[in-house]
Design a protein around this ligand. Structure first.
Ligand code: C2E
Ligand code: MG
Ligand code: MG
Ligand code: MG
Length: 282
């Protein structure tokens, strides 16, 4: 009977939804306990100059240290966003990244910036400008050494709230980068109107740069446009010397990727910075 079958399907669906809802609830309470227990850690990935290989900055990337298991952001950021838990997590990330970056400055003979990923949800309900101001004040990090990585999606839905937050952030003097550039739906007009400083070219265009002519043309066009708009460019996901060299020839200024360095603990990066100071690159 069609009606019964429908009802049975509905009941099965209902039960499955229940199991899923329970899993989400369990994950949420596990997550909140982890935040309180200090189980989140930041790893830092160097961002280098393609001109001379110097480390100009680092990107802070969050991980969840759940006992022996190190959980990647892809596994918990979506849930943190849909539940709103990204707001307290993001506050912690900003504070920790600024604190750590301020500690590194005296080790270096040039400034090292720190980039922090900001989710669209933090923009909408995070009281972001206050969080950023507090993180800077607590750490003493100069505002121009903090770079916020936003996505095209965040900037596309420009409500009054987003506009307000953006102008307050540029008044603070922090820098803005567009992450995963080229993958979202963007209006190029916002690039000039908003005080964006840098485009991070998404790794999907970089990975096959040596073989794929289309990717080459897209990357060239992005670099050209960025130059005309006086925006910095950084290529994400650079995994080989060949690609680094291609990008340098195209006029890309900075790069980040496994070819240069993987994301690493603060302790490891600290050791690298000390070693560089003792034996600076030629
Ligand atoms: P993203 O901001 O685009 O970060 C770059 C991702 O690419 C990182 O993955 C990094 O480890 C990886 N990566 C770097 N170089 C290479 C390479 O040469 N090859 C390949 N295949 N991958 C490379 P990760 O750490 O797993 O982070 C994934 C995403 O999670 C980030 O993408 C970012 O969108 C998000 N995320 C990370 N930390 C935070 C955070 O604190 N807050 C928020 N809201 N999102 C975060
Ligand atoms: Mg990023
Ligand atoms: Mg990216
Ligand atoms: Mg990404």
């Amino acid at each position: 009977h069609a009606k019964d079958a429908g009802r049975n399907t509905y009941r099965l669906f209902d039960e499955r939804m229940n199991v899923e809802a329970q899993q989400v609830l369990r994950l949420r309470s596990h997550f909140m306990a982890a935040l309180e227990a200090g189980q989140f850690v930041l790893h830092y990935q160097p961002q280098v100059s393609l001109e001379d290989g110097r480390m100009l900055g680092v990107e802070a990337l969050v991980r969840w240290q759940d006992g022996e298991r190190l959980i990647a952001p892809a596994e918990f950021i979506p849930m943190a966003e849909s539940s709103g838990l990204i707001v307290p997590l993001g506050q912690w990330v900003l504070r920790e990244a600024c604190r750590q970056a301020a500690l590194w400055q005296p080790l270096l003979d040039h400034p090292l910036s720190v980039a922090v990923n900001i989710s669209a949800v933090q923009f909408k309900r995070g009281n972001l400008e206050q969080t950023v101001a507090e993180a800077l004040a607590h750490s003493g990090l100069p505002p121009q050494l903090l770079e916020l990585e936003l996505t095209e999606t965040t900037l596309l839905h420009q409500t009054e709230g987003v506009q307000h937050t953006l102008s307050r952030l540029s008044e603070l003097g922090v820098r803005l980068a567009i992450d995963d550039f080229g993958t979202g739906y963007s209006s190029l007009a916002y690039l000039k109107r908003l005080s964006v400083n840098k485009l991070k070219i998404d790794q999907s265009f970089i990975r096959h740069l040596a073989e794929d002519a289309d990717d080459g043309n897209i990357v060239c066009a992005i670099i050209e446009m960025a130059r005309k708009l006086q925006l910095q460019t950084l290529a994400e996901g650079v995994e080989s010397q060949q690609i680094a060299e291609l990008l340098r020839q195209m006029g890309c200024e900075q790069a980040q990727g496994y070819h240069f360095a993987r994301p690493q603990t603060a302790a490891r990066l600290h050791a690298t910075l000390l070693a560089q100071r003792q034996a600076p690159a030629a």
